[in-house]
Design a protein around this ligand. Structure first.
Ligand code: IDP
Ligand code: MG
Length: 151
């Protein structure tokens, strides 16, 4: 789809390691527009909803413990193909398989400490944006350089 919104989290490891600026900077430079942004501590309930698809997986308990262990930065990015552009910029789930130049490839070496979350598809993106942001926390605005980013 053309204009999309996607949810990104700078996970606890990214916050603790001082990588918030690097991660957001890379995403910003793609041309995607930040329309929501906040620092929050995820509780068990929100973690369970966010990672519902992984409830039966052996790593679920560790994943919830990790994602609730420290604040995260939650972002909503908007733009043409925001979901796939963000996933491409992030790299693969396992940093070991992520090429240099991607966020996970450059900043991480462990599957369970991979710095960033990004929605996987349109259905997940809608659900996750609603889970983390109220409507009134999202901004609609234009930038003076929008015509230089999108034809
Ligand atoms: P994604 O974050 O690239 O969408 P998912 O498969 O949705 O990857 O998994 C969610 C998160 O769970 C991953 O980012 C990673 O932190 C963690 N994870 C996934 N698979 C494993 C595993 O086999 N062991 C430990 N952690 C895992
Ligand atoms: Mg996923």
């Amino acid at each position: 789809m053309s204009n999309e919104k996607t949810l990104v989290l700078v996970k606890p490891d990214g916050v603790q390691r001082g990588l918030i600026g690097d991660v957001i900077g890379r995403l910003e430079k793609t041309g995607l527009k930040i329309v929501g942004l906040k620092l929050i501590k995820i509780n068990d309930e929100l973690a369970g909803k966010h990672y519902a698809e992984h409830k039966e997986k052996p790593f679920f308990e560790g994943l919830v413990k990790f994602i609730t262990s420290s604040p995260v930065v939650a972002l909503v990015l908007e733009g043409n193909n925001a979901i796939s552009v963000t996933r491409k910029t992030m790299g693969s789930t396992n940093p070991v398989d992520s090429p240099p130049g991607t966020i996970r490839g450059d900043f991480a070496i462990d599957l369970g400490r991979n710095i960033i979350h990004g929605s996987a598809n349109e259905t997940d993106a809608k659900r996750e944006v609603d889970l983390f942001f109220d409507e009134n926390e999202l901004s609609q605005y234009s930038r003076s350089n929008d015509e230089w980013i999108t034809e």
